[in-house]
Design a protein around this ligand. Sequence first.
Ligand code: NAD
Length: 369
Amino acid sequence: MEKHIAVLPGDGIGEEVMEQALRVLKLIADQYGHRFSTTKALVGGAAYEKFDTHFPDETNAICRSADAILFGSVGGPVSEMHLPKWKNCEANSILSLRKTFSFHANYRPVRVIPELQHLCPLKKEVIERGVDILFIRELLGDCYFGEHKTFNSPAGVRTATDLIVYDEEQIAAVAEVAFKAAQKRRGKVTSVDKANVLDSSKLWRAVVKEVALGYPDVILEDMLVDNCAMQIVRDPSQFDVVLTTNMFGDILSDAAAVLPGSLGLLASASINKDGFGLYEPPGGSAQDIAGTGNANPIAQILTVALMLRFSFALETEASAIEQAVETTLKEGYRTRDIARAGEADQKIVDCKGMSEKILDHLAVKASIR
Ligand code: NAD
């Protein structure tokens, strides 16, 4: 297979973790006989320094000519947020990409790896029932794209409104994504809304039910968002695919992101209706550890697996990366963010050291396939 990938490392740890992810991509290409060419482009504060904008036209053009986008993370240190280089950096970069390419569905897998159970804040007996959830979040609707208004009421009271808008086509499109994903997993979709209050949620629930008729092999369950927030903490094992709106998905998937134990372990994908995708770790630029060598490259390496699976339908290669990561963790290799004080069997490695081990396992696996 021959594919071209736009690579946008961004700021902070973006460059260092992307370097390791690209080593994994190269090894996969060599071992499985693919040709993946890459073009780097600036985004975020790194782009602002050169172009006075967080998402330059040049970067846009490179993304447009690619088959997929690998994205690192953007944003500056909290103490410098007022500077033009960092002000609105995340929104300008990520929302511009979302709008430009109409990414309508966000995939965020959240899994607790047995070897890292101790990092999960839930009780042992709850984790042992299994935590393996795929969040599918709608990305182009809701109050994020509806009208925002701040005004003085006739009585002179400061007032603000944010309009939630969903149409049935938007809902059906993302529901299709969730049902198809559930067919390849454990066959259950939990659709999360606030249908006891919101009209947009009543429409959401009705349309999801209609879409479900085309997937008789998948079980559909409806859940109110407030209950879902409780259930994620009480018993996450009940969830397979969680399908939800833009705002509920933003909040629920971030709450669940704490379960695996580090942002350095999570990857996500944003896909449009043509199957074009952007792959990124949901964490930020981690300015507190940038340049120290302590960044965990696993999140970015797993974005490569998601890209191979969703954009290029290379399931074997995607699973090989995921298995190599898991084996490396089983052997006790730990970056600082996932290390456990006093654990004798662990081997502390830096960002490059972790990816070296993952590369070793990939090379062995490919040579015996
Ligand atoms: P953050 O996600 O960057 O970091 C939160 C904590 O997680 C930090 O302690 C960090 O060291 C740790 N962490 C994150 N990724 C890690 C990794 N791969 N390995 C080891 N540890 C990791 O959040 P923050 O510190 O609040 O934000 C820093 C900047 O990132 C801000 O400018 C923020 O706006 C931006 N941000 C960007 C994105 C994005 O690009 N998608 C997302 C969130 C935040």
